[in-house]
Design a protein around this ligand. Structure first.
Ligand code: GAL
Length: 995
């Protein structure tokens, strides 16, 4: 059979897969072949280039790397990246792919180093090549392989002569039959994107080392057995090896079980021991963790304790290098996860670079290692018709893939579950893969979300299930499967959300709601937020500005736009507010205010008490600290306690800012297991109580005066005769009216999984994006206040806001004016509204430089359903820093519970805004929601990328009673009822003071 890129067959001419020790862990010689290779790109796989062609005058291309990113961020000499989520960008006719199939010819010269050991075998190793490739040496075709995120090894032993140059030729196609199995939601990026090396394998080498390192929590005993094997021919044969654990003084032969009292490995305490495995010809030193994963009574346990996975889905991504990530980036990811209380990572949707797993072992992250398999594009094709996962022709290929992963990675303590793939439907190859994995490694449960009845897996997994449904599953009362036996089996399994809380743009909302369920029900083993990072590729625009590109930004004709930007990190790894929210929700020491005015402190570690944390409290008004102290409390793992402020704590009289009692669990010092990531004063959890509300504003009693032009003056506010506000605090006013709209978030724009219209469409249906004001009357009341009646509404609808604005100067404070806004909705309203409050645009040519100090929740943005990270206090920002530069511009930056805000302008002038009573539907709340921008919501809505936003010479303020939550409707449920904003009468009392 002639093997082509359209052949469905396992790799040919390759060596049996073996395990991958960490770099430097083996005594065997290796040499890296990374560097500049000779390269030429052709339009078709039939390149017409001789395998013996040395390509001396070709271009130079860095290996590892993707050819599409060779000139990033400025030029794209070898074609551009293309982004598709699930739909195939070519006709579905497996195994065929388009003729237009960019194909890279790579050449490099191989020369064995002079000191290359005698004897044994010499393997050429590729860690990852996307998507299909042929390897030739000195003009002879030796192997074809695929499995983009899996290693391939080729035996060159008899072909390499010391001191001789050999020509290595690699032909890589962009598309192949395997593209049907690698349809993950990401950029299509090709080439030799992970490292290449020559590896010496001595005779009797340690080609396969299986580590069985278990921990018996009842006795504190670790059990270790190491099986060693050498590659012989096409298979593996057991080899006798010596196993020592120097730290424990243990020695044994391979295959022998040894026991000792050990400290177990967990993500909380990633204790590793050096295990030295030796044959006559090779020594490998592995970092081994003793731990046992089990499922008992439907509960997921690590070392006998229930563990909740508070995880993220991680794609490999670098904004300049794509999936060709450096060790530094991998470390950055792991440390950022640890610093944000993430304890688990699903390697969506393929085995990561093996070094990432070394880091997870070392620093402590539970891992779901996922097979390189997704066939999602078949779903819409008459319900998975022709899906490789249900095709016997693909069985061998799919089993090959999953076993290559298990063999490569099986020795990692961090891996607690194997995943058969993602969104690849069901069929005969699911049990085939599951059986193959179990045969190699019965110690870890198997995960595959696509197996809805969970027939072949060990945990019940879903993605984006609504919290109501998760609640039912937690209770074990979810709707039954048709087959009673399958139903009974699934009901006995722990439940995992392999994806939830879609972090696209501003969001996710509702994370706390899920997390509370995970805590409530033992059956729920947690979940993995979708996803870790926005895959925005850095590029320049026509004017040379750098920006993060998403689907369509490379001129792709068929793409999925912004859907690639759905991470907790912005593409440059700046934590988004969503990551800060995640850290607060995932906090290992949760501190939550209770309705009865106490704080509930919960130790959510599975294995640690809280003796490493100080519980520090402060009583503060804004930034002014009134008192502070420590709580004498140590909680055992899993324990909780109710705490309250000390009984003798003297509380001040109400003043102009609320008084908070804030409690933080703080870890000062890191021990050896944590020092890589733990920063001094690391907060393990925080919570607070509002003890003293601010004093009400003194009622104003000044009188409005009439100007010569027939207009009105109320302290620092000037109006024309129609009642239009013309200036405030000496600044021209460009807009002032009630508002109900926001620049839709990515979540607002999508309908979610279970609804008809998106929120943005709902708001459009009442023309909220086109609101205008009609004045109905202007009068000065007997009390001397200016009363302006107005109706704010958009075209095509009867729905509108009947509003009275009452302006009254403040006696003895000529620079102050008070505004009461009364909003009465009229007409029929849809289920939600984006915001309810007033919009104010002031003239300010240097708005970005303006500073703002506020008392309220902060320091970062928060919304009704993503507010765990925001704490009451006094905070400061510039208007520039106030903005969150989401990869795709949208509503951002709201600060809630604001009781006062001071704006300082570049010219030295200032404006203070204080809040009095704020009610929605008659319910009182503390403070208002403040948003500030140097551009309008319309401009924000229109911009496709942050760098397109240009300050327009105004400062745009929103002073809202409330905003709608953000939800997760971009993929998943919309805003939950507890965070929806429904139209209701609103009353807001605000005071403006010129400074
Ligand atoms: C899931 C899929 C992910 C990603 C996500 C949406 O269905 O597994 O790969 O596409 O949706 O961002």
């Amino acid at each position: 059979m002639t093997i082509t890129h359209e052949t469905v067959a396992v790799p040919d001419g390759v060596v049996a897969p073996r395990f991958r020790p960490p770099a430097g862990a083996s005594s065997a010689t290796t040499v890296s072949l990374d560097g500049d290779w000779r390269f030429r790109l052709f339009p078709h796989p039939d390149t017409g280039v001789d395998r013996a062609e040395p390509g001396e005058d070709w271009d130079r291309l860095a290996v590892p790397g993707h050819w599409q990113l060779a000139g990033a961020p400025h030029s794209w000499p070898y074609g551009v990246p293309e982004y598709n989520n699930k739909l195939f960008p070519f006709p579905i006719e497996p195994p065929h792919v388009p003729d237009d199939n960019p194909t890279g010819e790579y050449r490099t010269t191989l020369r064995l180093p002079a000191d290359w050991p005698e004897g044994g075998r010499t393997l050429l190793r590729f860690e990852g090549v996307d998507s299909w490739f042929q390897v030739s040496l000195d003009g002879e075709l030796l192997a074809t392989s695929h499995g983009s995120r899996l290693p391939t090894e080729i035996d060159l032993t008899d072909r390499l002569r010391p001191g001789t140059d050999h020509l290595l030729a690699v032909r890589v196609t962009k598309w192949s039959a395997m593209s049907y199995a690698e349809d993950q939601d990401q950029w299509w990026l090709s080439g030799i994107f992970r490292s290449v090396s020559l590896e010496h394998r001595p005779a009797g080498a340690l080609d396969d080392v299986r580590v069985h390192a278990a921990y018996d929590h009842a006795t504190g005993t670790g059990t270790l057995r190491v099986d060693a094997a050498s590659v012989v021919g096409a298979g593996l044969d057991a080899v006798a090896a010596q196993v020592t654990v120097p730290e424990l003084g243990l020695a044994a032969a391979s295959g022998e079980e040894i026991r000792a009292a050990v400290e177990p490995w967990s993500a909380e305490r990633p204790r590793l021991y050096d295990v030295v495995v030796t044959t006559d010809t090779e020594t490998v030193t592995l970092s081994v963790g003793f731990r046992t994963v089990s499922i008992e009574d439907g509960v997921f346990l690590v070392n006998g304790r229930p563990v909740k996975l508070r995880g993220v889905n991680r794609h490999e991504f670098d904004p300049l290098r794509g999936r060709s990530v450096t060790p530094e980036r991998m470390l950055e990811d792991v440390l950022l996860m640890k610093r944000h209380h993430i304890n688990a990572v699903r390697t969506s949707h393929y085995p990561p670079h093996p070094h990432f797993l070394d880091l997870c072992d070392r620093h402590g992250l539970y891992v779901i290692d996922e097979n390189d398999l997704e066939t999602h594009g078949f779903e819409d094709e008459r319900g998975w018709e022709g899906n490789p996962v249900n095709d016997p022709d693909w069985t061998e290929v799919l089993v090959d893939r999953v076993t290559r992963m298990v063999r490569r990675d099986g020795h990692h303590a961090s891996i607690v579950l194997w995943s058969l793939g993602n969104e690849a439907g069901g069929g005969i190859n699911v049990p085939a893969m599951a059986d193959a994995v179990r045969a190699l490694d019965p110690s870890r449960p198997i995960h595959y979300e696509g197996d809805w009845s969970s027939e072949h897996v060990d945990v019940y997994s879903r993605m984006y299930a609504e919290s109501e449904h998760v609640d039912l599953i937690g209770q074990g009362i979810e709707p039954a499967l048709e087959r009673a036996d399958a139903d009974a089996r699934r009901r006995g399994m722990p439940f995992l959300q392999c994806e939830y809380a879609h972090a696209m743009g501003n969001g996710p909302g509702g994370l706390s709601d899920y997390d509370a369920l995970f805590d409530r029900y033992p059956r729920l083993m947690g979940g993995f937020i979708w996803e870790w990072i926005d895959h925005g590729l850095t590029r320049t625009d026509a004017d040379g500005n750098l920006f993060s590109a998403y689907g369509g930004d490379f001129g792709e004709r068929f793409h999925d736009g912004t859907f690639i930007a759905d991470g907790l990190l912005l593409p440059d790894r700046t934590p988004s507010p969503g990551l800060l929210e995640t850290a607060a929700v995932f906090a290992p020491v949760r501190i939550d205010a209770q309705p009865d005015g106490t704080l509930l402190v919960r130790n959510r570690y599975a294995f640690r008490d809280t003796s490493h944390a100080e519980l520090r409290w402060t009583l503060h008004r804004g930034e002014e600290e009134l008192a502070s102290g420590l709580l004498d409390l140590v909680l055992e793992a899993g324990a909780e306690a109710v705490v309250r402020p000390p009984a003798d704590l003297a509380l001040p009289e109400p003043g102009d800012a609320p008084v908070w009692w804030t409690l933080r669990a703080v870890q000062q010092k890191a021990d050896a297991l944590e020092e890589a990531w733990l920063e001094t004063g690391f907060v393990l959890g925080a919570g607070q109580l509002l003890l003293v509300e601010p004093a009400p504003l003194v009622a104003p009693s000044g009188r409005v005066t009439t100007g010569a032009d027939g207009g009105y003056v109320a302290g620092p506010a000037r109006f024309d005769r129609r009642g239009d506000l013309r200036s405030l605090a000496g600044r021209e006013v460009h807009a002032f009216r009630v508002d109900g709209w926001r620049a839709p978030t990515d979540n607002d724009r999508r309908a979610g999984m279970w609804r008809g219209l998106s929120d943005a469409e709902v708001w459009r249906s009442t023309s909220m994006h086109l609101l205008a004001e009609r004045k109905a009357g202007v009068a000065v009341s007997e009390a001397g206040a200016l009363e302006i009646d107005a109706r704010i509404a958009g075209p095509t609808t009867r729905a509108g806001f009947a509003t009275r604005y009452t302006w009254q100067p403040v006696t003895d404070a000529p620079d102050a004016v008070e505004l009461v806004v009364d909003i009465q909705p009229e007409g029929r309203w849809p289920e939600s509204v984006a915001r309810l409050g007033v919009l104010l645009a002031l003239d300010e040519p240097r708005a970005v430089d303006a500073g703002v100090r506020w008392t309220g929740l902060g320091p970062d943005e928060s919304y009704a359903d993503s507010r765990a990270a925001a704490l009451g206090g006094a905070w400061e920002h510039s208007v520039a820093d106030w903005q969150t530069r989401y990869t795709h511009p949208q509503e951002n930056g709201a600060r809630r519970g604001v009781t006062s805000a001071v704006l300082s302008f570049a010219d030295g002038s200032g404006l203070r805004i204080d809040s009095g009573e704020v009610t929605i539907g008659g319910r009182p709340q503390v403070g208002f929601e403040l948003s500030l921008r140097p551009w309008s919501d319309e401009a924000l809505d229109r911009a496709a990328h942050p760098h397109e936003l240009v300050p327009d010479g105004r400062l745009w303020l929103h002073l809202d009673a409330a905003q709608h939550g953000v939800g997760s409707a971009a993929c998943g449920p919309g805003v939950l009822p507890n965070a929806q904003l429904h139209v209701a009468p609103v009353r807001m009392r605000l005071r403006f003071t010129t400074l």
